[in-house]
Design a protein around this ligand. Structure first.
Ligand code: SF4
Ligand code: SF4
Length: 436
């Protein structure tokens, strides 16, 4: 793709739409071009500026899921310096001691704050772990065109259920691996010895408690001097240099990322656990303690392509409505029901058929309710079924099947216990009630 000319904005700095969702401009270059041929799931329920978590679950309406410190690679921060909104924030983060040569990386104390939030169920409600790029008044992200892979692929609800979640998570893993590889490649190109940098970080392992401030979480000036080495005081120069490199080599970024052996400060990372209060250590992912070779992005990409193919593949055999799901009229007796007053029905899904509490609830319009209830009888997947379903619902029938099989509301008839007479009768009764 062609680089910037003087009169038009550089596409590397412009967010673009992948399916229905916006991703950073660098995704045009750092991931295989085939990404744009993949049909992306549409996450209609994660309505961020009218956030359901804030409306119905008590999350902070200003920060919502941005009660988190994203790991943003150096070259994205460097590119963000070209943006009037993000530039002052990046500069402030340098001044306040929140950036490392690799980019914005959580300090041990920031990590401990995050773990205490997850342990105390404060994600979305935190008073301490707040992304510095969030514009509190408007709820907008000031790093939008340069945000990292986690922020670009996170949706708190998935229209395609678990299948959709796996899709985004796999795409995030590919993109994150590329981000880490390119961040280290750029440093090396600028004469910043990455192996020596890891050793310097490891040298702080013995005094890990003194590497960051327990209250603010900022890296301490003494630690920053060691970590930045000869680039201490020249942080902006390094970030700009990294951005210039990715701009210049934009058409080679995917290939480059597959040649980089990502380095990690293993001793320092292990020591950082000491900073986490014991009662919160169970929140640490087992993966955190794993060491060894990481897969090159191209291997993760292969797995992602398979997931993407499976996401839209029609199942074979027959489908039936799950006994764990129920379709009920929307009673409009709480805030959520009232907010979805245009939806005549709701789907309730339980972890077990006879569980008292539902696991999740989704409000749906009449056509979808009828489409789902049509599966109260076993239906064989065929062209004829797609045609009949298309006449019943106001949505692409294949997409409808993918979404509801992803959410396990429609299941393979061969796996189902729904064929038991009692459940069939129960569903029939509901169909009748809804028809009335
Ligand atoms: S992804 Fe975040 S902001 Fe968007 S709806 Fe979910 S919690 Fe709210
Ligand atoms: S970078 Fe943007 S999207 Fe990501 S956590 Fe911060 S404000 Fe939210």
């Amino acid at each position: 793709m062609s680089p910037k000319n003087s009169s038009s904005p550089d596409p590397i700095e412009q967010a673009f739409k992948l399916g229905e969702h916006w991703v950073p401009g660098i995704w045009r270059y750092m991931l295989p071009a085939a990404l744009t041929d993949i049909t992306m799931p549409q996450e209609r329920r994660a309505t961020c500026l009218d956030c359901p978590r804030a409306k119905f679950e008590g999350w902070r309406p200003d920060y919502r899921c941005c009660t988190y410190h994203p790991r943003v690679p150096n070259f994205l921060l460097g590119l963000a310096l070209s943006d009037a909104k993000s530039e002052p924030i990046v500069k402030r983060l340098i001044k306040d001691g929140f950036l490392l040569p690799e980019g914005m990386v959580s300090s041990p104390n920031q990590w401990a704050h995050y773990l205490s939030d997850t342990a105390e169920d404060r994600f979305g409600r935190s008073l301490k772990v707040l992304c510095p790029f969030l514009e509190q008044k408007s709820g907008m992200c000031n790093l939008y065109a340069f945000r990292n892979s986690v922020c670009s692929t996170f949706f708190c609800l998935h229209d395609n259920g678990d299948k959709g979640e796996r899709f985004w998570s796999s795409l995030q893993t590919v993109a994150q691996q590329v981000e880490m590889a390119l961040g280290q490649w750029a440093l090396q190109q600028l004469g910043f010895d990455v192996k020596a940098y890891m050793k310097r970080l490891d040298s702080l392992a013995k005094k890990v408690e003194r590497a960051s401030d327990p209250e603010t979480g900022a890296w301490t000036p003494a630690a920053l001097k060691v970590i930045w080495g000869k680039f201490y005081g020249r942080e902006l120069e390094l970030l700009r240099g990294c951005a210039d490199l990715v701009r210049k080599h934009r058409d080679e970024l995917w290939q480059i990322s597959n040649t980089i052996d990502i380095q990690e400060p293993i001793k320092f990372d292990r020591a950082a656990v000491k900073v986490v209060p014991r009662k919160y250590r169970s929140e640490i992912d087992a993966e955190y303690f794993e060491t060894g070779d990481t897969s090159p992005p191209r291997d993760i990409w292969r797995g992602f392509k398979t997931l993407a193919k499976n996401l839209w593949a029609l199942p074979t055999g027959s489908l039936v409505f799950s006994p764990r799901a129920r379709i009920l009229p929307n009673p409009q007796d709480d805030d959520q029901g009232k907010a979805f007053s245009s939806c005549t029905h709701m789907v309730e899904f339980r972890s077990r058929r006879d569980a008292k509490e539902f696991e999740w609830r989704e409000y749906i319009p009449t056509d979808k309710a009828m489409g789902l209830l049509w599966f109260s009888r076993k239906r064989k997947i065929s062209d004829e079924l797609i045609e009949r379903l298309s006449g019943m619902i106001k949505q692409d029938a294949k997409q409808f099947i993918s979404e509801w099989t992803g959410k396990k509301v429609l299941i393979s008839a061969s796996l189902s216990a729904v064929t038991s007479k009692s459940v069939k009768n129960e569903i029939k009764k509901r169909v009748k009630k809804n028809d009335d």
